[in-house]
Ligand binder design. Structure first.
Ligand SMILES: Nc1ncnc2c1ncn2[C@@H]1O[C@H](COP(=O)(O)OP(=O)(O)O)[C@@H](O)[C@H]1O
Ligand SMILES: [Mg+2]
Length: 212
């Protein structure tokens, strides 16, 4: 059941690497699904809008955590598990580790609570591999600004948080990776897209998953 999650600050290159890796899988004739959090289902997309919009009432930190978890539960039940049961490769942009990074690290909610709610929302489902695209806060902001000035995604409510918030998020991602090296791959997101794809390919090859 190849379930791979991509994590990192916004602008770290998750979408770019996911597209390139998905093409790689498809060229090997493997069936893939690419999805994201919050969102990934029609209800989840509505919750995403509630969390990320900048022109509506902002949730408090506990509410925000519960909204992410609600979106996640729907996503696991309706999309992720059904695809894993068919042996499709599931590539997911953010998952439980983002709640630990943003809600525990960024918002200072207790990590115990975040983990309990993650377990409840995922019904115990864990990715086999989490790829962390590690990038400095300054570089991540530069890339987001570039993307926005080229007509790409606009800054959302979470992205507009202070650099100190994003620095705590970055450190919380790195801590999780250090605590579970068997299930994490940390890549220096400052590398070129070609180099990142090569490193990911090599790592997945070393895992010897069926079909890769
Ligand atoms: N390895 C890379 N080196 C330099 N720029 C990159 C790299 N990967 C992505 N980018 C650029 O950085 C911006 C953010 O990338 P994106 O894939 O949208 O990140 P994310 O999905 O993590 O927010 C985009 O403009 C993208 O073209
Ligand atoms: Mg993206």
């Amino acid at each position: 059941m190849p379930f791979i999650v991509f994590e990192g600050l916004d602008g770290s290159g998750k979408s770019s690497l996911m597209s390139a890796f998905e093409r790689e899988l498809q060229s090997k004739g493997l069936k893939t699904i690419r999805t994201r959090e919050p969102g990934g289902t029609p209800l989840g997309d509505e919750i995403r809008e509630m969390i990320l919009r900048r022109d509506g009432p902002a949730p408090t930190p506990r509410t925000e955590l519960l909204l992410y978890e609600a979106s996640r539960a729907q996503h696991v039940d309706q999309v992720i598990r059904p695809h894993l049961e068919k042996n499709d490769w599931v590539l997911c942009d953010r998952f439980s580790a983002s709640s630990v990074a943003f809600q525990a690290g960024g918002r200072a909610i207790s990590e115990d609570w975040v983990e309990k709610l993650n377990d409840f929302a995922t019904d115990g489902l864990k990715p086999e591999l989490t790829v962390l695209l590690d990038l400095s806060v300054g570089e991540s902001r530069r890339r987001r600004n570039n993307r926005e000035s080229q007509g790409g995604e606009k800054e959302d409510r979470i992205e507009s948080e202070a650099d100190s918030f994003h620095e705590r998020v970055r450190q919380a991602f790195l801590r999780q990776a250090q605590q579970d090296p068997k299930h994490w791959l940390v890549l220096n997101a400052g590398a070129t897209p070609e180099e990142l794809l090569k490193q990911l390919n090599e790592h997945v090859r070393s895992l010897k998953w069926l079909g890769f």
